[in-house]
Design a protein around this ligand. Structure first.
Ligand code: GLU
Length: 319
């Protein structure tokens, strides 16, 4: 693994200056609330604000608190889907649905008729994809997940055991979803095992720079632009980015595609990861969330970034 410093430039060049200006443009927005579902998240400093981009030439440009560590939370879901697709030779694509729900991320809802999770970007789907990766038991799957995430990030990653423990203890809705999927015959590992592997995946520590490289790896056909490793196939990356586009920002996904127009995933830690197909990966961190669980300043930052760099996928003048 490379050290993050070897590829990172918090630069004073044009792009670095533009990122810094974007950060300053949203700094005084103070709407939203820090998530308090687990104690460690509730302790986050609401003032933190970071932004990073990873480009096809393997450069990482960043501004603000881009090296502040936080638990990845739901931003892990696209990567769990990718790892499940790899480890099941693509069969995971039939184990979960791919339709948006219009419901909250932890809604106790499965797909009518099949008992499958509605899509891999909500909790039911991520509990299932985490259970589909190789590993034998919960510990083995969690290890495989952390290794896989490290390949996406191009650096070693660790689990925050305190966050994972709280998620297991307090994640009643995730336990309920796992038991519901067991009863429907769609989850083939024990409910506690499924929650344990998923909780540890959510508790992996990243920063905006690592997350930007992870998003870039999906955006660039599965090849990590920093390490050069082909982490997943181009077909897997395309499948994952497609589902990020339709389901990545919970029941705000439609509004997100109109305003930002870049496939993305939000998380309750206040992170956003974007995969701009063929262009770049980006990530932001700002802990205050709107009522749908998306970072308030992060969403505004990404809307402005998309406009500034011409990233909207449906913009005919994109270039
Ligand atoms: N660990 C959280 C949960 O499963 C993740 C939720 C999120 O980031 O949306 O409830």
């Amino acid at each position: 693994m490379t050290s993050p410093d070897s590829s990172t430039r918090t630069s004073s060049d044009d792009l670095g200056a533009r990122l810094a200006a974007l950060i300053e443009g949203v700094r005084d927005r103070d709407g939203g609330e820090v998530d308090d579902s687990v104690p460690r998240l509730a302790e986050a400093d609401p003032a933190l604000l970071g932004l990073a981009l990873a480009t096809p030439d393997g450069e990482v440009r960043a501004a603000g608190d881009s090296r502040q560590a936080f638990s990845i939370q739901s931003a892990v879901k696209p990567f769990l889907f990718a790892l499940a697709l790899v480890d099941t030779d693509g069969e995971a694509v039939d184990a979960v649905g791919i339709e948006p729900t219009g419901e909250a991320f932890d809604a106790i809802v499965l797909e009518g008729g099949t008992g499958r999770p509605p899509n891999p970007m909500v909790n039911a789907g991520a509990l299932l994809t985490a259970a589909l990766v190789d590993g034998g038991d919960a510990d083995g799957r969690a290890e495989r997940i952390v290794r896989g995430l490290a390949s996406f990030a191009g650096r070693d990653l660790e689990v925050d055991d305190d966050v994972a423990g709280s998620e297991i203890l307090l994640g009643d809705r995730n336990h309920a979803l796992a038991h519901l999927m067991r009863s429907e015959g769609t989850l083939h590992v024990g409910a506690d095992d499924a929650v344990s592997a998923y909780a540890r995946a959510c508790a992996v520590l990243v920063d905006a720079e690592a997350l930007a490289v992870m998003g870039a790896t999906l955006a660039l056909g599965g090849r990590n632009p920093v390490t050069g490793e082909q982490v997943v196939s181009a077909a897997v990356a395309r499948d994952v980015v497609s589902v990020m586009a339709t389901c990545g920002v919970y029941d705000g996904s439609g509004r997100w595609m109109r305003s930002v127009g870049v496939p993305a995933k939000s998380s309750v830690s206040g992170a956003l990861v974007l995969s701009s197909p063929g262009r770049l990966g980006a990530a932001s961190y700002s802990p205050r969330l709107d009522e749908l669980g998306t970072s308030v300043r992060g969403a505004l930052l990404m809307e402005r970034l998309s406009r500034e760099l011409g990233l909207h996928v449906f913009d005919a003048g994109r270039g």
